[in-house]
Unconditional design. Structure first.
Length: 135
């Protein structure tokens, strides 16, 4: 689970770097203020694409084409990875509980000793002495 969580964090960090790249590119190439550039990046990456905040120059258009290819793919990867993480974790929990419940219901003639300290060890010895099976 920790490996998966660190993977999600890395994916999100890469995505934020791509967003920062897009904002910086629009601010430098087009001379837009931060909020306009951020808005354009967000609507581009989310594929909403209402309208351009301002008219784009030719270099800005070329930059945005490359950014769309890089950014939208990254955005979709972040969304799918996050959804997979959520669904997989939830399904593992549900299936794990079902499997454990089934195993518990299949048990017959068993004793469960909770804890194996001084008292638990003594109980186990008594059960063994009296020929009762331990599981």
């Amino acid at each position: 689970m920790v490996n998966r969580t660190s993977h999600i964090i890395k994916v999100i960090l890469v995505f934020l770097v791509i967003m920062a790249f897009g904002v910086a590119g629009l601010m430098i190439i087009e001379g837009w203020p931060f909020l306009d550039a951020l808005y354009m990046v967000v609507i581009t990456l989310s594929t909403i694409g209402y309208r351009e905040v301002h008219e784009l120059s030719t270099p800005g258009t070329i930059f945005l084409i490359g950014f769309i290819i890089l950014g939208v793919g990254s955005f979709l990867y972040v969304v799918s990875t996050t959804a997979e993480f959520i669904v997989e974790g939830h399904l593992k929990g549900v299936l794990g509980r079902k499997k454990m419940t089934k195993k518990i219901h299949e048990l017959k003639g068993h004793y469960i000793i909770c804890g194996f300290g001084r008292v638990g060890q003594r109980v186990a010895q008594e059960l063994k002495k009296t020929a009762r099976s331990l599981s």
